[in-house]
Design a protein around this ligand. Sequence first.
Ligand code: FES
Length: 245
Amino acid sequence: MRSKRFRGRIRNPYSKLPDWIYPTSIVVVFSLFIIYSTAVVLFETTGRFGPYLSPFFSPELNLRLGGFLIPPALWVAWAPLAFRLTCYYYRKAYFRGFLLHPRSCAGTDPEKRDYRGETRLWTFNNLHRYAFYATAIQTLILIYDAGIAFSYQGSFHFGLGNVIMLVNVVCLLGYTYGCHAWRHLIGGSTDCFSCHKTRFRLWRGVTVLNVNHATWAWVSMFTVWFTDIYIRLGVHGLLGHSALL
Ligand code: FES
């Protein structure tokens, strides 16, 4: 990662860490997550372990084409993928991490390349609002999944999986409803907050989440990842039946 593009020194006034750490961490962690999720989406046939359902497989759709089971997570993955790919925070992260372009807001680009973040190939980033609609619906389904996971084989159930699913839903809500596009929908189209008090209160609530959007983006990615790992261990018989007691 320490290429000649880092030669021009850009000091981050808020950190003493070397300036290659941030982009390198992004590339490593995002790459691992992409490899893991691609393997799950393409090669795993279920996300259900007892009452627990992986967020990769929600809603559960098992459709066959000529006897061949279409990977169920394919029906789900496009929404969070589109949402995160076009998210304002993730754009910043992958432009800086994978492309080193721009390296930072204030730094000059030694190669004098123009920034084309929302043009040409990157025009799809303008679809973020629509990806938000799809993901907002999905969060409702995940709330439902977390709720019905408290019932198993006709009686009340409580286990570690319930806690993991609940934490995941909370973090996904924190990420989804701190979205910049959502904040704009709530309050960005009015210039008279005193005329729309409810919208103003909502906008302030969204802003509380929005100021920490990058943190929610990272934390929710890890909770989705961990939730699937936990359930996948169960699916493959590595947790034992006691995990469901
Ligand atoms: S800006 Fe990040 S989710 Fe919308």
